[in-house]
Design a protein around this ligand. Structure first.
Ligand code: ZN
Length: 290
């Protein structure tokens, strides 16, 4: 079955580093049939930023790498920026919790500015630690999360949420947090969704499913919106920690070989969900978003 020539092949969440595989990984993605990447920022220095200038520099590294990939590899890259939710936990031990909280708020404001200036398409990852922290830290993390949702609202963009695994109640609770901040559920994405939860149990939130074979097969029958991601970390010290960057295009090709009906279902994660959640959709042959 030939692969539909007008169908983009999109990894909705990955990390790439100039000191990791970087452009070479994007080349692997492209060779496997990938066309568009949502590139989430990350700490590139081995430790979380402790000043707003360091966050600005971090976002700029993401943007530069994305541009280099577009120019040299021909894959369209969308930047997603925000202070990583775990940064607060680490930085508060050196600069104290109040200063760490202020820094997170400023970095989120900066991320919002990037979206409004069309340098990024979403605020992410934002959320809360997926592990236990003390009560004061947890309260600070929750406050930062609320601020992140308000920034997404003000910037008219999605928030890519990093949190523990969610069941129906968990999805409802996140949707409620969004509502309280004025951010509608259709602007919320649960990143790193490792388990299938039916559309009726997601409270309007779009899961970004980890592109494991069983999960993709399960999702194919789902009306959406949902995305596919690898959460590729580009960390040579942790090979196999997450899926390889070539995974999404490989799965897409395998599905196309199986049936033409099934491959049409991939318009849900690669086109329709992006339109529903982001408000625009990638198109083959068009560089940036409309
Ligand atoms: Zn990530």
């Amino acid at each position: 079955m030939p692969f539909p020539s007008d169908l983009p092949v999109v990894d909705h969440h990955c990390h790439l580093s100039p000191t990791g595989e970087g452009v070479a990984a994007a080349r692997r993605f492209r060779s496997a049939g990938g066309t568009h990447l949502f590139l989430a920022t990350q700490n590139y220095t081995g430790r979380p930023p402790s000043s707003i200038a360091e966050y600005a520099e971090q976002f700029e590294v993401t943007e530069r790498l994305g541009r280099q990939i577009q120019d040299e590899v021909g894959v369209v890259v969308y930047s997603v920026v925000a202070p990583y939710p775990i940064d607060l936990v680490h930085v508060s031990s050196s600069i104290g919790l109040p200063a760490a909280l202020d820094l997170q708020r400023s970095a989120l404001d900066l991320a919002g500015r990037w979206v409004r200036e069309h340098r990024a398409v979403a605020i992410g990852e934002v959320g809360r630690p997926h592990f236990e922290v003390d009560a004061a830290t947890r309260a600070a993390c929750d406050e930062v999360f609320r601020h992140a949702l308000a920034v997404a609202r003000d910037s008219d963009c999605p928030a890519v949420v990093h949190c523990e695994d969610l069941d129906a109640g968990g999805y409802r609770a996140i949707a409620e947090l969004g509502r309280a901040a004025g951010l509608p559920a259709h602007r919320l994405i649960k990143h790193y969704a490792r388990h299938y939860v039916a559309e009726s149990d997601r409270a309007g939130i779009a899961p970004s499913f980890l592109a494991r074979r069983e999960l993709v097969d399960r999702a194919l029958a789902d009306p959406g919106p949902w995305f596919l991601e690898t959460d590729f970390l580009d960390d040579p010290a942790r090979p196999g920690a997450v899926l390889d960057l070539a995974t999404v295009p490989r799965r897409a090709r395998a599905i196309a070989e199986r049936s033409s009906g099934a491959v049409e279902q991939l318009r849900v994660p690669f086109v329709d969900a992006i339109r529903q959640v982001y408000g625009w959709a990638p198109e083959i042959g068009k560089g940036a978003r409309p």
